[in-house]
Design a protein around this ligand. Structure first.
Ligand SMILES: Cc1ncc(COP(=O)(O)O)c(C=O)c1O
Length: 390
């Protein structure tokens, strides 16, 4: 391959031999088209007219008053489909179309990537299969209905913990035997090279817009940019525009589930060890024998034992700070933020809001924080209702 896809010691492409030609073909197509004027124009049209870009940067007045500093919200929740995932799916879908692929597959956790893939499958008239853990099929059933309405086949995966990790295993297994005509649309900035690079590129519109909007609105850069981190695509998408601005603090928020001490969480940047899974070297939840640990999070989209390789490097070189918040804090902020602003945040995005809330009255009043609101919480209302804090 042109590039070995390394971020320091992290990344790479640890995949069965049979997948190497497909990844090489994808890498070559990406570098051929990503700056091609026609491709760029087509993608811009789709971003603007189909997905609803640019998304606003909204000043959250009442939430800011509550926490004692200035909070701006990057409204990825307003995109078609309800989350940032559509940015990446439109990019990869267009690439698949330029590569003349006719079938797409994807994994999904919260169902947002599965839904975005299904929308794009319908849009481009491509046969679409979505692999989803059976627990996630149940807890994110609304999204499953929507995927089917778009014409996708949803395959419920019953192996392992029946969540995102197992859906990826199954999708990779399927791709291995159907690699010739099928494009695997990976949903986050993780997995084998070239996915971390491709996904970051297609999500970097979030950061580019947010940086410009912040300069236009308040005439300076933010002090802090924060986002939740599952595989890491929405976070790397917004961080990418600020990573060279050394005075902008970058805070990624992982799911601490029932608490780091309980071991029931999915916070590899806080409590994982370096290992290899799904084709990439990264921080990973594993036991002393290298067995992958079962993870738990109230948010299906963050319930993954690994994390994108670029975040691992940003952690090690201390350019970004990675913290973790527990399920109870997530449920609490879902309620507080919704009542303050009339905006339902996805449980995934609620992690970054919960971290902001934990800083209440601890930061100077003129501190400017941008929160990437990666998705809307409509899909989560049943979970919130079932887990209501008494
Ligand atoms: C709304 C939302 N935010 C965040 C995530 C986590 O993914 P990533 O870390 O790739 O942004 C998901 C995953 O499904 C999601 O649905």
């Amino acid at each position: 391959m042109k590039n070995n896809g390394r971020f320091g010691q992290f990344g790479g492409f640890y995949v069965p031999e049979v997948l190497i030609p497909a990844l090489e073909e994808m890498e070559a197509a990406f570098y051929k088209f990503y700056k091609d004027p026609q491709f760029v124009a087509d993608l811009d049209t789709l971003y603007n007219d189909y997905a609803g870009r640019p998304t606003p940067l909204y000043y959250a007045t009442r939430f800011s008053e509550l926490v004692g500093f200035k909070v701006y919200i990057k409204r990825e929740d307003l995109l078609h489909g309800g989350a940032h995932k559509v940015n990446n799916c439109l990019g990869q879908g267009l690439l698949a179309k330029y590569m003349k692929k006719t079938k797409i597959i994807a994994e999904t956790g919260a169902g947002q990537h599965g839904l975005a893939t299904s929308m794009v499958g319908a849009l481009f008239g491509m046969q679409t299969k979505i692999f989803m853990g059976s627990i996630d099929v149940e807890r994110q059933s609304v999204n499953v209905h929507k995927m089917r309405l778009c014409g996708a086949e949803v395959i419920s995966v019953t192996g392992g913990t029946c969540t995102l990790k197992d859906a990826i295993n199954e999708a990779l297994r399927y791709w291995t035997s159907n690699v010739a005509d099928t494009f695997y649309m990976f949903g986050t900035a993780c997995g084998p090279h070239p996915y971390p690079t491709i996904v970051k590129h297609f999500q970097s519109c979030i950061g580019t817009e947010a940086r410009k909007q912040c300069l236009e609105k308040i005439g300076k850069l933010p002090d802090i940019v924060t986002a939740c981190v599952g595989g890491g695509s929405n976070a790397i998408g917004i961080f990418s525009a600020f990573v060279n601005d050394k005075n902008v603090k970058l805070v990624g928020v992982e799911p601490a589930g029932k608490g780091i001490a309980t071991g029931k969480h999915a916070a590899p940047l806080n409590a994982g060890k370096v290992g290899i899974l799904h084709g990439t070297k990264m921080y990973l939840m594993q036991d002393s024998d290298g067995q992958i640990l079962d993870t738990e999070s109230i948010s299906a989209g963050l319930d993954y034992p690994g994390v994108g390789p670029e975040h691992c490097l940003l952690r090690d070189n201390k350019r970004a700070e990675y913290v973790a918040v527990e399920d109870d804090a997530v449920l609490e902020i879902f309620d507080i933020f919704t009542k303050c602003e009339g905006i339902l945040p996805a449980l995934e995005s609620s992690h970054s809001l919960a971290w902001v809330y934990s800083q209440k009255n601890k930061l100077p009043a003129d501190t400017v924080v941008i929160v990437n609101l990666s998705g809307r919480g409509d899909k989560d209302v049943d979970i919130v209702e079932r887990n209501k804090i008494k």
